[in-house]
Design a protein around this ligand. Structure first.
Ligand SMILES: [Zn+2]
Length: 255
C-alpha cells in the first residue's frame, strides 16, 4: 500500500469499531489507511543540508554550519512499509476484540450464545499474570488499567481479564514515541503515537468503561453514547428498526 505522507485525523470510536466489525477486503483496508494513515508508521518532517568536511568547525557538527542551509521540511513516513498481510493480521485482532467486547457489553440477561474465546495469541510469558484491574478515578495518561466488576461471574471476569492482557500487550508492542527537548530552561516532552497504539488505547478506554457504546441489534454497527444515541434503552438505528418491523409484519401476514 502506498499512501501519501500528510497529517491524518484520528478515527472516532465508532469508526474503529465499525472497521473492526466489517469483513476486511483489500479495498476496505486501503480505504481505512487512506483516511487515517498507516498502522505503525508516523508522519515526520525531515530537513536536509549538504556541506563538505571543510565546512565543519573544530568541535564537530552544530545546528548551524556556515554556508550549509537546512532545506525546507520534507514530509515523509517513518517506519517499515506496510502490506495487506500486516493489515489483515491486525484487523483480525481488532475483530476478535470487537466480538468479545460486544458480548461483554451486552447485559447478562440478553446475551446469546457461548462466551467468545479470544483467539489473539500473546508472546509466551508476556502479561500472563493478573491484569491490573481498575474501576474508580481517572489517571491521565491511562495505559493498561481496566475495569473489573466484582459482581461478575468468574467466567465473565476472566474474559475481561483476557481482553485486558491483550490490550496491555498490544499497547506495549506499539508504544508511543516520546522525545524530550530542552528549550531554554524548559524541558518539553513530545509524545506521538501510531494509529495502532491509538486504536488499542480506545479499546482500553472501552474496557475500562470510560466510553459508553452500543451495537445496533439489526445491522451490527456501533454508536457512541451522546453522539449516535442518547438513552441507555437504545437498541437499534431508527431505519434498521423500521426495516426489522416491516420484515416481521410481512412474516406475520404469511402465516
Ligand atoms: Zn443499524
Amino acid at each position: 500500500m502506498e499512501i501519501p505522507a500528510r497529517q491524518y485525523k484520528r478515527p472516532t470510536i465508532k469508526q474503529i469499531l465499525d472497521f473492526a466489525h466489517r469483513t476486511p477486503t483489500v479495498e476496505s483496508l486501503a480505504g481505512f489507511a487512506f483516511s487515517y494513515g498507516y498502522l505503525r508508521r508516523l508522519v515526520v518532517a525531515r530537513r536536509e543540508r549538504r556541506f563538505t568536511s571543510a565546512q565543519i568547525t573544530p568541535g564537530g557538527l552544530t545546528e548551524n554550519v556556515v554556508g550549509a542551509e537546512w532545506s525546507e521540511p520534507i514530509i515523509d513516513w517513518k517506519g517499515e512499509p506496510e502490506d495487506v498481510d500486516l493489515w489483515r493480521r491486525e484487523h483480525s485482532d481488532m475483530k476478535s476484540f470487537e466480538e468479545s467486547f460486544a458480548w461483554l457489553n451486552t447485559p447478562a440477561d440478553m446475551r446469546s450464545g457461548d462466551m467468545p474465546v479470544v483467539p489473539i495469541r500473546l508472546q509466551e510469558g508476556k502479561f500472563n499474570g493478573e491484569a491490573i484491574l481498575y474501576h474508580d478515578g481517572d489517571v491521565d495518561p491511562v495505559e493498561v488499567l481496566t475495569l473489573y466488576d466484582e459482581t461478575e461471574s468468574y467466567k465473565v471476569a476472566d474474559l475481561r481479564k483476557q481482553l485486558a492482557r491483550v490490550v496491555a500487550a498490544k499497547l506495549s508492542e506499539n508504544p508511543p514515541d516520546v522525545r524530550y527537548v530542552l528549550d531554554g530552561n524548559v524541558l518539553k516532552e513530545f509524545r506521538v503515537c501510531t494509529l495502532l497504539h491509538y486504536i488499542w488505547l480506545q479499546f482500553q478506554r472501552l474496557l475500562a468503561g470510560r466510553v459508553a457504546v452500543k451495537q445496533c441489534k439489526v445491522c451490527g454497527f456501533w454508536e457512541e453514547k451522546g453522539v449516535g444515541y442518547q438513552r441507555d434503552t437504545w437498541k437499534d438505528h431508527p431505519a434498521c428498526g423500521n426495516r426489522r418491523r416491516k420484515r416481521e409484519e410481512r412474516a406475520e401476514q404469511k402465516k
